[in-house]
Write a protein that binds this ligand. Sequence first.
Ligand code: C2E
Ligand code: MG
Ligand code: MG
Ligand code: MG
Length: 282
Amino acid sequence: RAKMLGKARFVVFTPNLRTEAISRLDLEAQLQHAIERDELFLNYQPIYSLSSNDLVGFEALLRWNNPGRGVLLPADFISIAEESDLIVKIGEWVLLEACRQLKQWQKNYPDREELCININISGRHFIHPDFIHCLETTTTVTGLKPKYIHLEITETVLVENREKARIVFTTLNNMGYEIQIDDFGTGYSSLGYLLNFHVDMIKIDKSFIQSIGKGENGDHLVKTIVNMAQELGIDIIAEGIETERQLKDLKSMACKYGQGYLLSYPLASSGIDDLLQSGKKR
Ligand code: C2E
Ligand code: MG
Ligand code: MG
Ligand code: MG
């Protein structure tokens, strides 16, 4: 019977799926060694104050220079890493690399000491028993103050792992780290967690930002989110700003921060150096 089941399974396993499964296995095996082979690197996307046009920080975005396939984006490999504790190893590498880089910029550009780094944390990593310790060690080793480190998590983490997430969230908050909700509005329709957690900042998902100017509903939805956050004393970053129209509307809503291709693409660290040297606003 087992054999039959096995056979039956093999039948639905079409050649395409098979190729895809093999390539996932392949990628996973390669990803295991990506750190020691020095294939991972970070890009940094500037985040701006929408009221002053000042640069306030960067979001670190992971890239993988795969020897056979070229530079891969997170969509190509993060979900593979998240299937195991590989995401923990990678997350720890990102933390250290991003913090080290920010410290270097703060040192090299002392008048820009207030710049912050935003780091995406996978849910699996956030609730991992070593996470808090690792973060603490990274902060100490790099000599950064926790307030400059902004941890981006998605609302799903808070809803799916309530108890564990609450402990981690509260502990980090008390230690001085800022926690931001990434992709706000795409996870759960329940907003209850905003009452139970001290959320510092939400990042409105780019799908909402891109609905601005494409019919009234999009505009109203963004305005409603911005107003709600303002009522709750939560600051906002609008992500995925691509047009002048979107920027203008967000400014008129008094949305505090923004990020997107219109303002700047994610850049290699050398590109950020150029930006800091030029002292350019946006
Ligand atoms: P995210 O955290 O929401 O990051 C924003 C994504 O939107 C980035 O894609 C960025 O390049 C892209 N983006 C920025 N501005 C614009 C715009 O104006 N228009 C459009 N269409 N896109 C824009 P990226 O770099 O491919 O990253 C995708 C996702 O992968 C991130 O979404 C984040 O969830 C995840 N990710 C990135 N780096 C890391 C990491 O170090 N660790 C973990 N766990 N996840 C990461
Ligand atoms: Mg993010
Ligand atoms: Mg995200
Ligand atoms: Mg996002």
